[in-house]
Design a protein around this ligand. Structure first.
Ligand code: ADP
Ligand code: MG
Length: 290
């Protein structure tokens, strides 16, 4: 028997490093006419590095003590920023104490008790009413500023930098051409860092500071305006939007388990350019000219 076109397309997508979970998904991919992209881990490589460790005056902490507390609290988290913090502590040879009562809030950060102290690590605007002046300075240079709060008092800042994926700008251009609509960026990160990165990727429509339910609402709004939205994301914070979208694709290498399970397709090899390639395969299978 000859293989039905959608099944051949799934096999071809596999060769591009994309795991498409069903023939229905393969078909739906070719129908999308709008794309919403996540930032951290999707447009960026998702292997961010800590570039700045800044204890706040009066915290009584030096750089190593600040990083130790932050990394101990972040260790149970699978967020790319958490991995960067733990890696920075490891590079400095710091011993990490155990953490108790770990909690994480997608799009916000983590909390844990470390050596009897309650440590919160996450988005400055979500953890404190008054964010230190250095936050703006870090964010204007495109970095993500992460606040470390110890026993309720801001104790220091970490600056974290991530690189745009090498194929991000070309992918944005291809997706705009294929769908007839410029892709939008949906991110939980701060507006300054988001704008910086979006400009590099060639994206004009940027929505920043979003919680998971805000990403979901943005997608629902596009869908109710008649768009068939493709969401591409990697995080726990992307899961509601991935589930609600016409089609959802997760970045597989560093993606969270929840995103991989929720998405309709997974990019197994770490190439963003596989997204437009797979849309084109779907259209060809459905007999549409690309
Ligand atoms: P994106 O939507 O770009 O993938 P997220 O929603 O995952 O970003 O995160 C948004 C913001 O929430 C981050 O920029 C950071 O400030 C904060 N955040 C979330 N999780 C963590 C964490 N584990 N450690 C530190 N900060 C975090
Ligand atoms: Mg992400």
């Amino acid at each position: 028997a000859t293989m039905p076109p959608l099944l051949s397309a799934i096999a071809n997508a596999g060769r591009h490093g994309v795991l498409v979970k069903s023939a229905v998904v393969m078909e739906r991919l070719g129908q999308v006419d709008a794309v919403a992209l996540d930032k951290t881990g999707t447009l960026t490589e998702g292997s961010p590095r800590v570039t700045d460790v800044r204890p706040l005056p009066g915290s009584g902490l030096d750089e190593d003590a600040l990083l130790t507390l932050a990394a101990a609290a972040e260790r149970p988290s699978e967020h790319p920023l958490a991995r960067a913090v733990v890696e920075a502590a490891r590079e400095r040879g710091l011993d990490l104490p155990g953490a108790q009562d770990f909690t994480s809030a997608p799009g916000v950060g983590v909390t844990a008790v470390v050596g009897g102290r309650t440590v919160a690590v996450g988005a400055p605007a979500r953890l404190a009413d008054d964010t230190p002046g250095a936050v703006a300075e870090l964010e204007e240079s495109g970095r993500t500023a992460v606040l470390v709060v110890v026993d309720g008092t801001p104790a220091g800042l970490l600056g974290i930098a991530d690189r745009l994926r090498p194929d991000a700008a070309a992918t944005v251009t291809s997706l705009a051409a294929l769908t007839g609509t410029a892709p939008v960026l949906l991110t939980g990160d701060n507006p300054r860092a988001a704008a910086h990165l979006a400009a590099e990727a060639g994206i004009d429509d940027v929505r920043a500071g979003l919680l998971p339910q805000d990403k979901l609402a943005a997608v629902q709004e596009m869908e109710s305006a008649g768009r068939k939205v493709l969401v591409v994301g990697d995080g726990v914070n992307d899961a509601p939007a991935l589930a609600a979208a016409h089609t959802g694709i997760a970045m597989g290498r560093a993606g969270s388990d929840l995103a991989l399970e929720t998405a309709d397709a997974v990019i197994v090899r770490d190439e963003l350019a596989a997204v437009p390639a797979t849309i084109a395969l779907s259209r060809r299978a459905r007999g549409l000219v690309v």
